[in-house]
Write a new protein. Structure first.
Length: 306
């Protein structure tokens, strides 16, 4: 997380999700994985190569949470140091949450991580949100490299779980097909779970507006799993879903109707629908409403022109 991102549309979704998790009874801790911009992110004149953090006009989605939208717009529009991680904390957007704001170092990262663990343990945070710039580390970003500060490590996630903290992780969507993307991350998370959590359910959600963001939640106990499940269901069945701010991934039981609603045109829908594997299509249809005749028609649509 960088100060220049504060208050953008990504914060709108993540803070809403954290508030819903808190509403279910989980005390919240936030590790910003705070970083400074890398030299590679800037042009020769000092401006940024990409417009990250530039989407903070929440006018068309403010109905999801008007109060939160107003507060974030004010922060994102502030000049100088007014737009910052610190401003997000001071705005009390997640009442009662605790924040770890130390910058992620390239060297001595283990010490930084140990400090974060100790902080959240002392503050009794039941769920810790990890908010790195890019998400969970990928093979192209070597540990200890300058780029590594933009990622969370899988072993860091594991240590939070070992200490009894449930974890919510931000991850920026790659260009891989949706099913492949979610399955790969879910499998890697499963490979890094403590033995006592080998059979735990991993929850996922995606926020597709402007720049696609994904969230993965790993509960540290069955009780936490129930609260996370309820929070995710609330987000995916209310106004946030209605305004297309969040959606259920294909790997998390999306229905045919939910998948169809993602696309504005029939042609765009069919292009993507017909590219899905058959087992995915069958599951989409099976989970959707309708009688056997309607479901057979949906399957026939998929088969056409494949």
């Amino acid at each position: 997380m960088q100060d220049r991102y504060a208050g953008d549309i990504g914060d709108y979704g993540k803070i809403a999700l954290l508030n819903e998790l808190q509403n279910q009874g989980l005390s919240i801790g936030v590790n910003w994985y705070r970083t400074e911009p890398l030299a590679s992110e800037k042009k020769a004149n000092g401006s940024y190569k990409q417009n990250d953090g530039g989407y903070f006009d929440l006018h068309d989605v403010k109905d999801c949470d008007p109060v939160l939208a107003e507060k974030l717009t004010k922060i994102a529009s502030a000049k100088g140091d007014g737009r910052s991680v610190r401003a997000l904390e001071q705005a009390d957007l997640i009442p009662g949450a605790v924040y770890f704001s130390k910058t992620v170092p390239v060297e001595n990262r283990e010490d930084w991580h140990a400090q974060a663990l100790s902080f959240f343990r002392t503050k009794n945070a039941e769920l810790v949100f990890l908010d790195p710039d890019n998400g969970l580390i990928v093979p192209s970003a070597k540990k200890g490299s300058p780029r590594s500060v933009k990622y969370a490590y899988y072993e860091e996630v594991k240590e939070y779980l070992c200490h009894g903290h449930s974890v919510l992780i931000y991850n920026h969507r790659s260009r891989k097909p949706e099913q492949q993307y979610f399955r790969e991350i879910e499998c890697r998370l499963c490979d890094n779970l403590p033995d006592r959590l080998r059979d735990t359910e991993i929850f996922s959600m995606t926020f597709p507006r402007y720049s696609v963001r994904a969230y993965f939640a790993v509960p540290a106990s069955p009780e936490h799993a129930d609260m996370i499940r309820t929070a995710f269901s609330a987000m995916l069945s209310g106004i946030w879903k209605k305004n297309r701010m969040c959606q259920r991934p294909l790997t998390a039981g999306a229905t045919y109707s939910e998948y169809r609603a993602r696309f504005k045109s029939q042609n765009d829908f069919l292009k993507h629908y017909r590219s899905l594997p058959e087992d995915t299509v069958r599951k989409l249809i099976e989970l959707d409403g309708g009688n056997t005749t309607v479901k057979a028609c949906k399957y026939s649509i998929w088969k056409q022109n494949r």
